[in-house]
Design a protein around this ligand. Structure first.
Ligand code: UT7
Length: 329
């Protein structure tokens, strides 16, 4: 039977942080940021705006597109590295804000690949005769709270935002859309090259960890860059092969929006034309688990996708984690 996406939604906070403003905060330049990353601006959530608030807005938009009421939803998965709290889950908090009281709710953490991991998880949970019939899958981040605004290596990269999809079981043979293939990976030996060191059980918060700024994102950028290009292009090739689809048949490659040079390198490795590779990181920067689903929503809402099109989603992040998912629209 399979499942398909029947609604998409996203939300970007109002506050825009430009490269020109960053030039006043750290030793950087608009030229460096654009030429090394492709990012021009990013959104920053308000101090009182939590991930569940952003997720609620994205989810409301997705539910409206799908024509599904919150009470019809029986599964909510929220992917994020910046949950509202250690516990309860952001998914549970969101359930209450949405009044989706019939949903089973949990969070999933796979960093920037979290949305693709959540899709795969929902796909498995909703398979065959399961009782899960309508699900909300969310990618949401408030990375501004994990960003060291004194570290030029990272503070120019990240942004806040949320994206959501409604998944439903396919109803009949005429329904061509759905998840066709998916490939996920993890390599924990690289867990130190992109991390937030303190604040968990291995290094609880102390005055010392705060003084040493260990509660912020640290990344070995070049190492991550190389691994990202290879892992995403291999995962994409694997899913295309398993579905017997050629790269030239794909209407949109929708890659994790971390760096324009990474995106272009993946497109080139796959042999895809530039006009089929979606880019919006100039407006949002890297929004981790939200990035692919915000991009998907933008494509859907600007009518850049038609029934029957193949969409190839791919992501990469801390863990290290990576994945690719092939959809037919
Ligand atoms: O979302 C999870 C996955 N994350 C990613 O995929 C990110 C992967 N990495 C990257 O996107 C890139 O590695 C970065 C954008 C983070 C960095 O670009 P890079 O071309 O790898 O630069 P680099 O780290 O090698 O730094 C080059 C130079 C250095 O100066 P020296 O040592 O050559 O004098 C840096 O100190 O650029 C300097 N630099 C900056 N200069 C101006 C680093 N950050 C900045 C900055 N402004 N913001």
């Amino acid at each position: 039977m399979g499942i398909k996406i029947t609604g998409t939604g996203s939300y970007a906070p109002e506050r825009i942080l430009t490269n020109a403003e960053l030039e006043k905060m750290v030793e950087t330049s608009n030229d460096w940021i654009i030429s090394r990353t492709g990012i021009r601006e990013r959104r920053i959530a308000a101090p009182n705006e939590a991930c569940s608030d952003m997720a609620c807005k994205a989810a409301t938009n997705a539910l409206a597109m799908a024509g599904v009421a919150p009470k019809e939803i029986d599964l909510i998965i929220v992917a994020s590295v910046t949950p509202d709290k250690h516990f309860p889950s952001t998914a549970a908090i969101l359930q209450s804000k949405l009044d989706a009281s019939n949903a089973t709710c949990f969070d999933l953490q796979a960093a920037c690949t979290g949305f693709l991991y959540s899709l795969e998880c929902a796909n498995a949970l909703m398979a065959n005769e399961s009782n899960y019939r309508k699900a909300l899958i969310i990618g949401v981040e408030k990375l501004s709270v994990l960003t060291d605004w004194q570290d030029r290596n990272t503070c120019v990269l990240f942004g806040d935002g949320a994206g959501a999809v409604v998944l439903e079981k396919r109803t009949g043979k005429k329904d061509i859309g759905g998840i066709l293939a998916s490939k996920l990976g993890t390599d924990g030996k690289y867990c130190d090259i992109l991390q937030v060191e303190a604040g968990g059980s291995s290094m609880p918060a102390t005055h010392e960890t705060i003084d040493k700024r260990q509660h912020f994102i640290r990344m070995e950028g070049q190492e991550v860059f190389k691994l990202a290009v290879n892992a995403m292009s291999k995962a994409c090739r694997d899913v295309l092969e398993s579905a017997s689809i050629r790269p030239e048949d794909v209407r949109w490659l929708i890659p994790h929006q971390a760096n324009l040079r990474i995106i272009k390198a993946v497109g080139t490795k796959l042999g895809m034309r530039e006009e089929n590779v979606f880019v919006n990181l100039d407006k949002y920067g890297n929004t981790s688990a939200a990035s692919v689903v915000i991009a998907l929503d933008e494509i859907v809402r600007s009518s850049k996708v038609e029934r029957g099109d193949y969409l190839l989603l791919t992501a990469f992040g801390s863990g290290l984690t990576w994945g690719a998912t092939l959809l037919r629209w």
